[in-house]
Write a protein that binds this ligand. Structure first.
Ligand code: GLP
Length: 245
C-alpha cells in the first residue's frame, strides 16, 4: 500500500484527478469504480473541468458505483444515484447507459446482486476503483463485522454509520437502515484502487490504516493490504495522529 500525503483537500482532489486523467487518456474505454460521500466531490469537479477543457473523453467510459441506500429511488434527492448525476454525470459527456449505480428499489436482491456482478464482469472489471472510508473503517457499505461478504449484497447499516451519514438527510430518522454494496471480493478485483482520506474526523481511521498489517473484518478497509496496487492519498488533517508521533 502506497501513501501519498498532501497539504489539504484541494491538493488531494488534484492528485487523485491526475491519476484518473491518466487512466482515461491511456484507455478511453476504461471501466471506473466510483464512490459517493463528501470526499470525492473535489475530484469530480476536477474531472468535470478536464472534460470541459477537452483533456479527457468520457464517451466510451463505463462506471460502476459501489453502493446505494435501500428504499431510495434513483430520482430521490438523497440517493447515491442522484448524487452521482448531480456531482458528475450531468456535467460530463458520458452515456447514461454506461453509468451504473446499484438500484435501491429491487424486490429480489439475490437476483439483482448477481446481475450487478455479471454486468461488471461483462464490462471487463474495474480498471480503477475510487474509495472513501467511513469513520468506522467501512468501504462502500461493508460495515465492521465478524465476517465480510465477498460479492454485492444487502447490508444492515450500523448505528454509527446512520448517525454519521445523517448530515446528508433532514434528520437521523430519514437515514435508510439498509444498503446494497459491492462486496470485499468485488472491491479487491479492481485492478487499481485509489483511497482518499481527508479531514480531522478521519484521523483515527487513517492512523489505524497506516499501522495496519493484517486483514480484520472489524476494520473493513484493512482488507486492502491484500491488494497489490492501492494508493492512499491523504491530507494533513487526516494525518494528524501520525504526524504527532
Ligand atoms: C458513505 C459511503 C462510503 C463513503 C463514506 C465516507 O458511507 N457509503 O462509500 O466512503 O460515506 O463519506 P465521506 O466522504 O462523506 O466522509
Amino acid at each position: 500500500m502506497e501513501f501519498i500525503f498532501k497539504k489539504d483537500y484541494d491538493e488531494v482532489s488534484k492528485a487523485a484527478a491526475e491519476v484518473f486523467v491518466d487512466i482515461i487518456k491511456n484507455n478511453p474505454r476504461a471501466v471506473l469504480g466510483l464512490a459517493t460521500g463528501s470526499t470525492p466531490i473535489g475530484l469530480y469537479k476536477e474531472l468535470i473541468e478536464s472534460n470541459q477543457r477537452g483533456m479527457i473523453d468520457f464517451s466510451e467510459i463505463k462506471t460502476f458505483n459501489l453502493d446505494e441506500y435501500l428504499g431510495l429511488a434513483p430520482d430521490h434527492e438523497y440517493s447515491y444515484s442522484y448524487f452521482m448525476k448531480d456531482n458528475l454525470f450531468n456535467h460530463i459527456q458520458i452515456k447514461p447507459e454506461n453509468c451504473h449505480v446499484p438500484s435501491g428499489i429491487e424486490s429480489d436482491y439475490n437476483t439483482y446482486c448477481s446481475h450487478y456482478e455479471e454486468l461488471l464482469d461483462s464490462a471487463g472489471g474495474m480498471d480503477i476503483l475510487l474509495l472513501g472510508v467511513g469513520e468506522n473503517g467501512h468501504i462502500g457499505f461493508n460495515e465492521p463485522d465478524k465476517a465480510l461478504s465477498a460479492r454485492t449484497h444487502v447490508v444492515d447499516l450500523t448505528e454509527d454509520t446512520i448517525r454519521v451519514n445523517a448530515r446528508f438527510f433532514e434528520s437521523v430518522e430519514d437515514v435508510p437502515r439498509k444498503a446494497v454494496t459491492m462486496g470485499m471480493g468485488t472491491i479487491l478485483k479492481a485492478r487499481k484502487i485509489i483511497v482518499l482520506i481527508t479531514g480531522e474526523n478521519k484521523a483515527s481511521v487513517m492512523e489505524r490504516l497506516f499501522n495496519c498489517q493484517r486483514m480484520d473484518p472489524e476494520f473493513p478497509i484493512s482488507f486492502l493490504v491484500g491488494h497489490t496496487d492501492v494508493t492512499v492519498i491523504a491530507d494533513e488533517a487526516a494525518c494528524k495522529n501520525i504526524r504527532e508521533k
